[in-house]
Design a protein around this ligand. Sequence first.
Ligand SMILES: *[C@@H]1O[C@H](CO)[C@@H](O)[C@H](O)[C@H]1NC(C)=O
Ligand SMILES: *[C@@H]1O[C@H](CO)[C@@H](O)[C@H](O)[C@H]1NC(C)=O
Ligand SMILES: *[C@@H]1O[C@H](CO)[C@@H](O)[C@H](O)[C@H]1NC(C)=O
Ligand SMILES: *[C@@H]1O[C@H](CO)[C@@H](O)[C@H](O)[C@H]1NC(C)=O
Ligand SMILES: *[C@@H]1O[C@H](CO)[C@@H](O)[C@H](O)[C@H]1NC(C)=O
Ligand SMILES: *[C@@H]1O[C@H](CO)[C@@H](O)[C@H](O)[C@H]1NC(C)=O
Ligand SMILES: *[C@@H]1O[C@H](CO)[C@@H](O)[C@H](O)[C@H]1NC(C)=O
Length: 304
Amino acid sequence: MALLVLLLPNLLALGTQAVFEVLVPELPVVALYGQDVTLNCSFVPTGPFNLSDLSIIWQLTDTKRTVHSFWDDRDQLMDQVEAYRNRTSLFLPELGSGNVSLLLRDVQIADDGSYDCFVRIEEYNSAALLVQVAAPFSKPQVTSEPDSNLRPGDEVSLICVAHGGYPEAQVLWQDGGGRNLTDNVTVWQVANEEGLFSMRSVLTVLAEPNSVYNCTLVNPLLGDEGHASVTITASSVTGLNMAFPPVALWVTVGLAVCLLGLLIALAVICGRKIKESWEEANKGEEGKQLEEDESKTAMTPLKS
Ligand SMILES: *[C@@H]1O[C@H](CO)[C@@H](O)[C@H](O)[C@H]1NC(C)=O
Ligand SMILES: *[C@@H]1O[C@H](CO)[C@@H](O)[C@H](O)[C@H]1NC(C)=O
Ligand SMILES: *[C@@H]1O[C@H](CO)[C@@H](O)[C@H](O)[C@H]1NC(C)=O
Ligand SMILES: *[C@@H]1O[C@H](CO)[C@@H](O)[C@H](O)[C@H]1NC(C)=O
Ligand SMILES: *[C@@H]1O[C@H](CO)[C@@H](O)[C@H](O)[C@H]1NC(C)=O
Ligand SMILES: *[C@@H]1O[C@H](CO)[C@@H](O)[C@H](O)[C@H]1NC(C)=O
Ligand SMILES: *[C@@H]1O[C@H](CO)[C@@H](O)[C@H](O)[C@H]1NC(C)=O
């Protein structure tokens, strides 16, 4: 008895395997927001079949609610989920060859999820595929706050923003040397009515002249979406180790030139005064000095 209960599911599985296989993509199907996507689903009929015997049901895996169904040779949309109204269709000429793919138009964020493709011709089988909706973000923009009158060591907030993407972005900050900056980074992502995210990331750094920061946005489904960079320029940072602003520079140079001129004038005047007093003091003794010099010269040959 117990053995039979264990075997029963296997016997049923064998029974369905004998019918036909339903094929769907193994990897998630990436669908771009606002665009159309084809959800591939096909089967290989075991033999010729009558189209009026074919039933197809596309449904949401979680809730089993109907996205699109077809039997008795026509679409059956009375219990279709409202959100899919007017957005779905099958490729009717392809049904006979086992192509029961669903065309989904104007993809919405809420379309994200798993779908069952259910096929019946006397026997039945089904397979599930995953749809991942993606929307590209706008190009990121970076600003700094404050952006002027900075002193070296002041805290600066670098703000990177981008809009209208899905799913949530990964944000990467790098300095000019390409090093990843992960400290002092905050990220906010908020969804709007349509489910699209706005991203705002703030990196707090200490002001250093001529430093470059890059903000790179990565959409997990679409990859690198672009980057923006901001430079803290020398002119936005003032301080001792920096060039003086022009006005201060010219005042300083002017003062230095005046001081130098004063010193030269003072030296010239002083020099003259000293010379004059020397000349006056030496006038009386000039004759005596000459005699002394002559006698010294005369005496020299005797010495050698
Ligand atoms: C759907 O199937 C066709 C034909 O096999 C293939 O070219 C196409 O890439 C498939 N599309 C998706 C989204 O899997
Ligand atoms: C089914 O047919 C449609 C329309 O010709 C085509 O785009 C799609 O790739 C087909 N899918 C498969 C799995 O053959
Ligand atoms: C297909 O089904 C229709 C209606 O049931 C029937 O009239 C027709 O003979 C069938 N064709 C085949 C090939 O079985
Ligand atoms: C679907 O299309 C019909 C006819 O074009 C229109 O009257 C109806 O409002 C549409 N439904 C939705 C949900 O867009
Ligand atoms: C920073 O971004 C600029 C362009 O915005 C790029 O040329 C440069 O290579 C980037 N630097 C790094 C370290 O990623
Ligand atoms: C920075 O981080 C990214 C993503 O996490 C990684 O791919 C890259 O190798 C890192 N670069 C460095 C220099 O650590
Ligand atoms: C992070 O911020 C704190 C305080 O604002 C600062 O002391 C620290 O150096 C910062 N870290 C980095 C890596 O910038």
